[in-house]
Design a protein. Structure first.
Length: 313
């Protein structure tokens, strides 16, 4: 019998890559997405069941589907969005996640996989940051991911379903559609002589190539059999923003770009000056990233300059 999986947010950057990997594994895949930031061109529409639906609406009105598993990725993925709109993370992230939990219970879906984020730690005081580290929250986005995790864990402890929660660093690679590399490439295409860099350029972050990330999400969620588990998904490497800009410029064959720093340790209110997650727990499941951050940045720039990406701009 073919297993069926639902991917919420499946038309987005990470979701579409998860969809493709599930199809390769023989799943029948249903995508729930309202296309607010996602794009149908990301998806093999002839191979999936696509439902255009805003998941803020009552879960009782979501299509009834008997799936074994739900990958819940639909969200406002813009960490900065909450600065100007204090409701967006509550509605798009927490409310939608609560709906996804109730929908799973109603439809007897036994496995719930959630895309959380390194932002749940805010500005922690341990690096690399392990899963047990206490949070020092600095953004409404991070707060919404933390509270979503708590709802999922409570439903899991009621034994409604088993859950796997992944705290991602920034994903990059094929299909990438938002974030620092996107911003840099866009600015440089507009004016190759100069580049505005938010903050002092010394912020240190970890990045994960989408090919490594997808393997981690699918393999670990299939392997672990705990009631509810949280895994950091990041890279053992880090890179500062200035070095990242150097690689982007090099890959675009630009060697005389003048950098303008907006200044300060953070790129924006709520930005974390250092993101580096401890991934030992995920490593115990045989997973570790294989693609270096530099190679992945270069792949991402090539993708953004390619015809594939131009279709989405
Ligand atoms: N990209 C990253 O580096 C990163 C890092 C940490 C966590 N995450 C999380 O991973 C998930 C996927 O991120 P992404 O980068 O692919 O973002 P994305 O914006 O490309 O994808 C999000 C998808 O969800 C859909 N969506 C949003 N609100 C919806 C709603 N109310 N109803 C139905 N569909 C809705 C969008 O149309 C889009 O297709 C998100 O939950 C995000 O918070 C991403």
């Amino acid at each position: 019998m073919t297993s069926e999986a639902i991917v919420t947010g499946g038309a987005g950057f990470i979701g579409a890559n998860i969809v493709k990997a599930l199809l390769e594994r023989g799943f029948k895949v249903h995508v729930f997405d309202n296309l607010s930031t996602g794009n149908l061109d990301n998806l093999p529409l002839d191979k999936i069941n696509f439902c255009n639906i805003d998941l803020k609406q009552n879960y009782k009105d979501w299509p009834t589907i008997e799936a074994s598993c739900i990958y819940h990725l639909a969200a406002n993925a813009d960490v900065r969005g909450g600065i100007n709109d204090h409701n967006i993370d509550l509605k798009e992230n927490l409310l939608v996640t609560k709906n996804a939990c109730d929908f799973s219970l109603k439809n007897n879906i036994k496995k719930f996989v959630f895309a959380s984020s390194a932002t749940v730690y805010g500005e922690p005081n341990i690096f690399p940051t392990p899963e047990e580290c206490t949070s020092n929250q600095t953004s409404l986005y991070g707060a919404s991911k933390m509270s979503s995790e708590a709802f999922i864990q409570a439903y899991s402890n009621y034994k409604y379903f088993q859950s796997t929660i992944f705290r991602f660093v920034s994903w990059i690679g094929y299909g990438y559609s938002h974030g620092v590399i996107y911003d840099f490439v866009k600015k440089l295409l507009n004016d190759p002589s100069k580049l505005e860099i938010l903050g002092n350029g010394k912020q240190i972050k970890s990045y994960l190539d989408v090919r490594d990330g997808v393997k981690g999400v699918i393999n670990i969620s299939e392997l672990h059999d705990q009631n509810s588990s949280v895994f950091n998904l990041g890279h053992f490497q880090t890179m500062n923003v200035r070095n990242l800009a150097d690689i982007v410029c090099d890959e675009m064959n630009l060697n005389k770009v003048e950098y303008h720093f907006t200044g300060g340790e953070r790129g924006w209110v709520g930005d974390s000056p250092l993101v580096h997650l401890d991934t030992q727990k995920a490593n115990k499941y045989g997973w570790e990233p294989e693609i270096s951050i530099e190679d992945s940045i270069r792949t991402t720039v090539r993708y953004l300059l390619s015809e594939d990406s131009k279709r989405f701009r």
